[in-house]
Design a protein around this ligand. Structure first.
Ligand SMILES: CCC1=C(C)/C(=C/C2=NC(=C\c3[nH]c(/C=C4\NC(=O)[C@H](C)[C@H]4CC)c(C)c3CCC(=O)O)/C(CCC(=O)O)=C2C)NC1=O
Length: 161
Protein backbone atom coordinates (compact mmCIF):
# COMPACT_ATOMS: atom_id res chain seq x y z
CA UNK A 1 0.00 0.00 0.00
CA UNK A 2 1.10 3.55 -0.80
CA UNK A 3 -0.03 6.91 0.47
CA UNK A 4 0.27 10.45 -0.89
CA UNK A 5 3.65 10.90 0.81
CA UNK A 6 5.31 7.65 -0.23
CA UNK A 7 3.92 8.05 -3.77
CA UNK A 8 5.62 11.43 -4.16
CA UNK A 9 8.86 10.33 -2.49
CA UNK A 10 9.09 7.10 -4.49
CA UNK A 11 8.70 8.90 -7.79
CA UNK A 12 11.39 11.45 -6.84
CA UNK A 13 13.69 8.68 -5.61
CA UNK A 14 13.36 6.76 -8.87
CA UNK A 15 14.74 9.85 -10.60
CA UNK A 16 17.39 10.41 -7.88
CA UNK A 17 16.05 13.91 -7.25
CA UNK A 18 14.92 16.05 -4.36
CA UNK A 19 11.19 16.81 -4.46
CA UNK A 20 10.48 19.39 -7.17
CA UNK A 21 7.89 22.16 -6.90
CA UNK A 22 5.09 20.03 -8.31
CA UNK A 23 5.85 17.23 -5.85
CA UNK A 24 6.03 19.66 -2.94
CA UNK A 25 2.73 21.24 -3.97
CA UNK A 26 1.12 17.82 -3.97
CA UNK A 27 2.35 17.20 -0.45
CA UNK A 28 1.24 20.62 0.68
CA UNK A 29 -2.28 19.95 -0.61
CA UNK A 30 -2.32 16.64 1.21
CA UNK A 31 -1.16 18.13 4.52
CA UNK A 32 -3.61 21.01 4.24
CA UNK A 33 -6.51 18.60 3.89
CA UNK A 34 -5.34 16.37 6.75
CA UNK A 35 -7.89 17.57 9.25
CA UNK A 36 -10.70 17.33 6.69
CA UNK A 37 -9.76 13.71 5.98
CA UNK A 38 -9.63 12.71 9.62
CA UNK A 39 -12.93 14.43 10.38
CA UNK A 40 -14.61 12.69 7.45
CA UNK A 41 -13.22 9.29 8.47
CA UNK A 42 -14.54 9.80 12.00
CA UNK A 43 -18.04 10.64 10.75
CA UNK A 44 -18.05 7.74 8.30
CA UNK A 45 -16.98 5.15 10.83
CA UNK A 46 -19.60 6.35 13.32
CA UNK A 47 -22.32 6.06 10.64
CA UNK A 48 -21.15 3.21 8.44
CA UNK A 49 -24.16 0.95 8.95
CA UNK A 50 -26.58 3.81 8.24
CA UNK A 51 -24.66 4.83 5.09
CA UNK A 52 -24.89 1.29 3.72
CA UNK A 53 -28.56 0.96 4.68
CA UNK A 54 -29.55 4.27 3.05
CA UNK A 55 -27.54 3.47 -0.07
CA UNK A 56 -29.27 0.08 -0.40
CA UNK A 57 -32.67 1.75 0.04
CA UNK A 58 -31.79 4.23 -2.72
CA UNK A 59 -30.41 1.74 -5.19
CA UNK A 60 -31.04 -1.97 -4.68
CA UNK A 61 -34.36 -2.38 -2.86
CA UNK A 62 -37.04 -3.39 -5.37
CA UNK A 63 -34.40 -3.91 -8.06
CA UNK A 64 -33.92 -7.15 -9.98
CA UNK A 65 -31.23 -8.08 -7.40
CA UNK A 66 -33.70 -8.36 -4.51
CA UNK A 67 -36.53 -10.07 -6.42
CA UNK A 68 -36.95 -13.86 -6.25
CA UNK A 69 -34.22 -15.32 -8.43
CA UNK A 70 -32.12 -12.15 -8.06
CA UNK A 71 -28.54 -12.26 -6.86
CA UNK A 72 -29.40 -10.82 -3.41
CA UNK A 73 -32.44 -13.05 -2.92
CA UNK A 74 -32.18 -15.22 0.21
CA UNK A 75 -30.89 -13.86 3.48
CA UNK A 76 -27.42 -15.28 2.97
CA UNK A 77 -26.89 -13.50 -0.33
CA UNK A 78 -28.52 -10.28 0.89
CA UNK A 79 -26.09 -10.30 3.82
CA UNK A 80 -23.15 -10.97 1.48
CA UNK A 81 -24.08 -7.90 -0.57
CA UNK A 82 -24.39 -5.67 2.52
CA UNK A 83 -21.02 -6.98 3.69
CA UNK A 84 -19.45 -6.18 0.31
CA UNK A 85 -20.80 -2.62 0.45
CA UNK A 86 -19.35 -2.24 3.91
CA UNK A 87 -15.97 -3.44 2.56
CA UNK A 88 -16.15 -0.84 -0.21
CA UNK A 89 -17.00 1.92 2.25
CA UNK A 90 -14.28 0.95 4.71
CA UNK A 91 -11.54 0.60 2.08
CA UNK A 92 -12.60 3.81 0.30
CA UNK A 93 -12.23 5.53 3.69
CA UNK A 94 -8.73 4.07 4.14
CA UNK A 95 -7.77 5.24 0.63
CA UNK A 96 -9.19 8.72 1.31
CA UNK A 97 -7.11 8.94 4.51
CA UNK A 98 -4.01 7.79 2.62
CA UNK A 99 -4.76 10.08 -0.32
CA UNK A 100 -3.89 7.17 -2.62
CA UNK A 101 -5.94 4.38 -4.24
CA UNK A 102 -3.32 1.61 -4.16
CA UNK A 103 -4.93 -0.13 -1.17
CA UNK A 104 -8.05 -0.60 -3.29
CA UNK A 105 -6.11 -2.38 -6.03
CA UNK A 106 -4.35 -4.62 -3.56
CA UNK A 107 -7.08 -5.56 -1.12
CA UNK A 108 -10.42 -5.02 -2.86
CA UNK A 109 -10.25 -5.05 -6.65
CA UNK A 110 -7.69 -7.81 -7.10
CA UNK A 111 -9.71 -10.63 -8.70
CA UNK A 112 -13.06 -9.14 -7.68
CA UNK A 113 -14.53 -8.71 -11.15
CA UNK A 114 -13.76 -12.35 -11.96
CA UNK A 115 -15.30 -13.48 -8.65
CA UNK A 116 -18.44 -11.44 -9.31
CA UNK A 117 -18.75 -12.75 -12.84
CA UNK A 118 -18.41 -16.34 -11.74
CA UNK A 119 -21.04 -15.89 -8.99
CA UNK A 120 -23.42 -13.94 -11.20
CA UNK A 121 -23.14 -10.81 -9.02
CA UNK A 122 -24.44 -8.05 -11.31
CA UNK A 123 -21.73 -5.41 -11.78
CA UNK A 124 -24.18 -2.74 -12.99
CA UNK A 125 -26.27 -2.99 -9.82
CA UNK A 126 -23.11 -3.01 -7.71
CA UNK A 127 -21.90 0.18 -9.38
CA UNK A 128 -25.32 1.78 -8.76
CA UNK A 129 -25.11 0.90 -5.08
CA UNK A 130 -21.58 2.34 -4.83
CA UNK A 131 -22.76 5.54 -6.52
CA UNK A 132 -25.61 5.71 -4.00
CA UNK A 133 -23.07 5.33 -1.16
CA UNK A 134 -21.14 8.19 -2.71
CA UNK A 135 -24.22 10.45 -2.53
CA UNK A 136 -25.18 9.39 0.99
CA UNK A 137 -21.59 9.85 2.21
CA UNK A 138 -21.34 13.33 0.66
CA UNK A 139 -24.59 14.25 2.43
CA UNK A 140 -22.99 13.24 5.70
CA UNK A 141 -19.45 14.65 5.42
CA UNK A 142 -20.09 17.73 3.25
CA UNK A 143 -19.03 18.83 -0.20
CA UNK A 144 -15.22 18.89 0.02
CA UNK A 145 -14.75 15.63 1.90
CA UNK A 146 -17.56 14.12 -0.16
CA UNK A 147 -15.69 14.95 -3.34
CA UNK A 148 -12.53 13.34 -1.99
CA UNK A 149 -14.41 10.17 -1.00
CA UNK A 150 -16.02 10.25 -4.45
CA UNK A 151 -12.61 9.78 -6.05
CA UNK A 152 -12.23 6.40 -4.35
CA UNK A 153 -15.82 5.23 -4.82
CA UNK A 154 -15.39 6.00 -8.53
CA UNK A 155 -12.06 4.17 -8.52
CA UNK A 156 -13.80 1.01 -7.27
CA UNK A 157 -16.52 1.39 -9.92
CA UNK A 158 -14.03 1.72 -12.75
CA UNK A 159 -12.02 -1.21 -11.40
CA UNK A 160 -15.17 -3.34 -11.62
CA UNK A 161 -16.28 -2.15 -15.04
C1 LIG B 1 -12.26 -7.05 1.40
C2 LIG B 1 -12.31 -7.47 0.00
C3 LIG B 1 -13.40 -8.47 -0.35
C4 LIG B 1 -14.44 -8.27 -1.22
C5 LIG B 1 -14.77 -7.03 -1.96
C6 LIG B 1 -15.18 -9.51 -1.28
C7 LIG B 1 -16.28 -9.75 -2.09
C8 LIG B 1 -17.00 -10.96 -2.31
N1 LIG B 1 -18.35 -10.98 -2.50
C9 LIG B 1 -18.76 -12.27 -2.64
C10 LIG B 1 -20.08 -12.73 -2.82
C11 LIG B 1 -21.27 -11.97 -3.01
N2 LIG B 1 -21.38 -10.65 -3.28
C12 LIG B 1 -22.70 -10.30 -3.45
C13 LIG B 1 -23.09 -8.93 -3.75
C14 LIG B 1 -24.16 -8.39 -4.46
N3 LIG B 1 -25.15 -9.04 -5.14
C15 LIG B 1 -26.00 -8.15 -5.72
O1 LIG B 1 -26.97 -8.43 -6.45
C16 LIG B 1 -25.67 -6.76 -5.34
C17 LIG B 1 -25.68 -5.82 -6.53
C18 LIG B 1 -24.30 -6.92 -4.69
C19 LIG B 1 -24.11 -6.04 -3.43
C20 LIG B 1 -23.85 -4.62 -3.80
C21 LIG B 1 -23.48 -11.47 -3.25
C22 LIG B 1 -25.00 -11.59 -3.28
C23 LIG B 1 -22.57 -12.53 -2.99
C24 LIG B 1 -22.91 -13.98 -2.74
C25 LIG B 1 -23.11 -14.66 -4.07
C26 LIG B 1 -23.33 -16.13 -3.92
O2 LIG B 1 -22.69 -16.79 -3.07
O3 LIG B 1 -24.17 -16.65 -4.68
C27 LIG B 1 -17.60 -13.12 -2.59
C28 LIG B 1 -17.62 -14.62 -2.72
C29 LIG B 1 -17.39 -15.32 -1.40
C30 LIG B 1 -18.42 -14.96 -0.38
O4 LIG B 1 -19.64 -15.17 -0.62
O5 LIG B 1 -18.03 -14.44 0.66
C31 LIG B 1 -16.51 -12.29 -2.40
C32 LIG B 1 -15.07 -12.75 -2.33
N4 LIG B 1 -14.58 -10.39 -0.42
C33 LIG B 1 -13.50 -9.81 0.15
O6 LIG B 1 -12.72 -10.34 0.99
Amino acid sequence: MQDAITAVINSSDVQGKYLDTAALDKLKGYFQTGELRVRAATAISANAAAIVRDAVAKSLLYSDSTRPGGNMYTTRRYAACIRDLDYFLRYATYAMLAGDPSILDERVLNGLKETYNSLGVPIGNTVQAIQAMKEVTAGLVGLDAGKEMGVYFDYICSGLS
